[in-house]
Design a protein. Sequence first.
Length: 375
Amino acid sequence: MARRALWLFFLLCLALPAWGDNEVSFQAGTRAFEQGDYQAAARYFRLAVQQEPTDALSHLWLGMALQRSGQPDQARRSLAEAIRLGGNSQVAEHAREALEALNRARPAQQEAPSQTSSSWRHVGAVQGLLGEDWHVRSTRYCRVWARNADRAYVREFVESLDQAYEINAAFMGTRTATPIDFYCFSLESPGHRQPRFAGLGPTRYLGLAVGKDTCLLNLGDWRTSRHLEPWEMTRVACHELNHMFLHGLNLRSSSGNLTWFAEALAHSIEDRVLPASRQRTLETIRLALRGYTSVDEDWRAMVAERDHDDYEQYRTYGVLLASITSFLQARYGQDAVPRILRAARESTLEEGFQAALGRDVPTLHREWKAFYGIL
Ligand SMILES: [Zn+2]
């Protein structure tokens, strides 16, 4: 009897790690992918594929990570493998779409390097900001303030700002006051060290919208001491612009909490200013939330934890928050957001949901979980 039990245990030991390792690698891969670290994601998914070579889903994600890290040929091979192994499944269908999109994509994304440093104006010292070498550059809707050495670094996001403004205007169904001032700070001299903005509290932000027309951007991530890639700056700027649009509407909340809704909107719009290959879709959100177990009573609790500097940031809040808006659009129409906003301006955010969608927020929270199969 004892011997038989031991034998069983031994068999389990042999069987379990193979499954467990693949799952561990896969989850690590989706986390890296969600954070935009596609090279790390590709490494994890490659490991997952080695651990379970017949898992079509791992091949699909490996293909998407390779595509985003600029290795289209290898990406094609992985996607083809996902199609072969996936048979008639949704995974195979998704891989087929990704492969077709990859084959359609043009090799060079770079267009219009356009007028650059010539349109910067030297202003020198600016009251309340550290440094003597500030420059300012205007776009149609925005003004960007940067130190001399950072001008080349911020070029890509400066050139995307007007597009980000238009994307937000269409998404929100409204326009907002201009010009909007963006102040750019290096990791060595971040926003909260500037005398003018020292009282704002949080220290680890990438971007911080201040009121309706001012935004602080740190060019590095204080949580990880990592410099941002230019495209990440573009995404942060688009996200913060959304907060400024929302702020301009002066919405009220009967529960005194608009943050979860502001973040759900901003996270869902932030990547629309990037090339299509870097954008979330309903399908990538569904895949990322596969097997997710909710630990929050409601959406407010989720955001409160995210914004707490003392907590470890172990969850991928971006996809969770974006999933709220994607759910609203999929279930209640692509124009759900402007409808909610219009209704909310008449009363409160909560009543706006009720008037526009015929549901209260707790009901929508339950529907959201059911929609993605969240436990
Ligand atoms: Zn935000």
